[in-house]
Design a binder for this molecule. Structure first.
Ligand code: CP
Length: 314
C-alpha cells in the first residue's frame, strides 16, 4: 500500500499511484454496499469523529455510514451545537476530541487551510471534508471513481467544469486530481468567477460555455455558492443560468455518451435544468453512492497506515 501520510488533506500533492490505490480499494468496498448485510469488520475498534463547521448532507452522512459499515465507532460534532459556539478555538476543539481515544477526525471548515492547521496540531489522522475555497478532495475522488466506472479510466478524458471556479473547492480538487491522472480539463464560467493562473497548470479556459462543452466526455456543473458570493461578482442568478446553465441544446454539443456530473446539492433551473439533472447521462445519484465507497476506502487505508506505523514502534 502507498498511502503514506498521517493525514489526507488534498489532491494537490498526491501522486497517481496514491489516487489509483484509493480508487482500486473503493471498487472492492462498493461490493459491500449492495449486500444485504453491509457490516464488515475492517475498522473494528477504531473511533471516527466528524467535526463540521459548515452544513452538509452527503459528505457527513457518507463518512458516518462508511465508518458504520466497517464497524468503527462514530460520533458527529457540529460547530453550532458544540462548545465552538461558546468560542472554543479549532485547535482546542481538535485536541479535546483527540484526548477521547479518537483515531481519525474528519473536518469541514469555511476557512481555507483549516484542515492543515488542525492536522499540524493533533497526532491523530485528519481528513479534509472541505476547507473554504481550497479543496474538497474526497468529492474529487468520488467524481474520478464515477468516471473510471463509466468510462473505463481517466487518462485522455476531456472534462469540462462549468460555473463558479473561483469559489469552488470541488473544482480545485478535481483539477489537481484529473490532471495528475492524465485527463484534459477545460473550464468555463463568468470572468469574475475565474481564478488566474489556470493555464499555467494545463487547464484550458473558455469564456464561452458552448466551446468548453463541445465534444467533452464529461461535463461537470458546479453549484453556485450563494454563501461565498460577494454581491458584485454576478449580475443575477437568472442571467447566470441563461449564459452558463446546462440545458438540452448545450449538452447536445458534447459527446453522445457524455457524463453529466454535479457534486450536489443542485439548484435546479440554475446550474442545470431538471431535464438534464434527471436524464440518462446524469450520474448525480451514482456519485452519491460512490461517495460512500470512496470514503470507506480512504478510512480503511488511512487507519491501516497508522496501524502499520504504530507496529514499527511497538
Ligand atoms: N457535495 C457535497 O459536499 O455535498 P454536501 O455539502 O451535502 O456534503
Amino acid at each position: 500500500m502507498t498511502l503514506s501520510k498521517k493525514d489526507f488533506l488534498g489532491l494537490r500533492n498526491i501522486n497517481c499511484h496514491e489516487i489509483n490505490e484509493i480508487l482500486e480499494t473503493a471498487k472492492l468496498m462498493k461490493y459491500t454496499l449492495v449486500k444485504n448485510n453491509k457490516k464488515t469488520s475492517y475498522l473494528q475498534g477504531k473511533t471516527i469523529v466528524t467535526l463540521f463547521y459548515e452544513n452538509s448532507t452527503r459528505t457527513r452522512l457518507s463518512f458516518e455510514l462508511a465508518s458504520k459499515y466497517m464497524s468503527a465507532s462514530v460520533a458527529n460534532v457540529s460547530a453550532s451545537s458544540s462548545s465552538v459556539a461558546k468560542g472554543e478555538s479549532l485547535m482546542d476543539t481538535g485536541r479535546t476530541i483527540e484526548r477521547m481515544g479518537v483515531d481519525v477526525i474528519i473536518i469541514r471548515h469555511p476557512l481555507s487551510g483549516a484542515a492543515h492547521l488542525l492536522a499540524r496540531n493533533v497526532n491523530v489522522s485528519v481528513i479534509n471534508a472541505g476547507d473554504g475555497m481550497n479543496e474538497h478532495p474526497t468529492q474529487a475522488l468520488l467524481d474520478m471513481f464515477t468516471m473510471c466506472e463509466k468510462k473505463g479510466g481517466i487518462q485522455g478524458l476531456q472534462v469540462a467544469i462549468i460555473g463558479d471556479i473561483l469559489h469552488s473547492r470541488v473544482a480545485r480538487s478535481n483539477i489537481w486530481g484529473l490532471t495528475t491522472m492524465g485527463a484534459k480539463v477545460r473550464v468555463a464560467g463568468p470572468s469574475t468567477l475565474m481564478p488566474p493562473g489556470l493555464e499555467d497548470i494545463g487547464v484550458q479556459v473558455f469564456s464561452n460555455v458552448e466551446d468548453a462543452i463541445r465534444d467533452a466526455d464529461v461535463v461537470m456543473a458546479l453549484r453556485l455558492q450563494k454563501e461565498r458570493q460577494e454581491s458584485s461578482l454576478l449580475p443575477s442568478i437568472r442571467e447566470y443560468s441563461k449564459v452558463y446553465g446546462l440545458n438540452k441544446e448545450r449538452i447536445a454539443l458534447a459527446r453522445k455518451d457524455v457524463l453529466i456530473m454535479h457534486p450536489g446539492p443542485i439548484n435546479r433551473g440554475v446550474e442545470l435544468t431538471s431535464h438534464i439533472a434527471d436524464c440518462v447521462n446524469s450520474t448525480i445519484n451514482e456519485q452519491v453512492t460512490n461517495g460512500v465507497a470512496v470514503r470507506m476506502a480512504l478510512l480503511y487505508l488511512i487507519t491501516r497506515r497508522r496501524q502499520n506505523s504504530n507496529a514499527l514502534y511497538s
